[in-house]
Design a protein around this ligand. Sequence first.
Ligand code: ADP
Ligand code: MG
Length: 322
Amino acid sequence: ELLINQIAAGEVVERPASALKEILENSIDAGAKKITVQLQQGGVKQIRVTDDGSGIAKDELLLALTRHSTSKISTLEDLHRITSLGFRGEALASIAAVSRLTLTSRQAGQNHAWQIGIEGKAVSQPEPAALAGGTMLDVNDMYFNIPARRKFLKSEATEFAHCDETFKRLALSQAGIEFVLQHNGTVRRLLRATSSTQRIAAVLGEEFGQTAAPVDEQSADMRLHGLVALPAYARSSRDAQYFFVNNRFVSDKLISHALREAYRDVLHLDKHPAFALFLEIDPESVDVNVHPTKTEVRFREARALHQFIFHAINKALATPSR
Ligand code: ADP
Ligand code: MG
């Protein structure tokens, strides 16, 4: 079982940033309004995420760390219209298989929190602990038990940069949640709950916020909104390309193509558009169940979607700059 979990872990937790993504998604799924991330040594030494979400009952702490155990879907129909970020029930089990993990949680109405620890096969019994309402997950010493994988981790700065990128994507997708990111005890990002436009500026920079063109296009079954950089503010790298489908970060060929086409005649060849765009679409017309890391999706009405995005961006770029 541990071996199976370690193999599965390779798929889900390639590096600290991939563990961080799963943990943050769980906090978001739990309805958190504030999420604090504290990293040590690029997340390799420690990832601690504290949220004020619904919490986990004492009897379910162990279940939360068990593979293929999820509280989020119970029927096949659920699988076809996924609204939570997680649904496979394997992330925490995979992370637990490659780290020393402590899970502390307190549900509303409880006098105190409960905590369990897991290291390799050894799982501790729940013990009383102190925590304000919500959940705290500590992931320590990633890959301490798999030296061959630990070797592939990069420098502290690089692992931190990956964690920061993961943090930015999730913070962009959830403007209504307050997010804090600390690294080695220093606050690196502090994002108060706000509108999605304000959040984009807070994450991508005030200049982007002030010079980009607003997009807001609605059809019978889709809405696209956000900001796109005007051609004059295109970038030399693809570092600011954020597209979300139902608040899930996506990197998708169809979408990139539609955007590239919209920019076709106004952008020099070596320049890349910068954007933060949110597509809202009926969950039944998009399949997010393509790959465990879930940045690819499949759309039922690909051609219509391509046209919709192309027109929305074209229109935004044609609007005179402010
Ligand atoms: P999934 O998210 O696919 O269900 P995970 O392995 O990520 O699977 O998490 C397992 C379960 O643990 C979740 O279904 C949820 O019930 C519980 N859980 C994990 N993190 C949290 C959290 N921060 N707050 C509340 N419940 C959580
Ligand atoms: Mg999850």
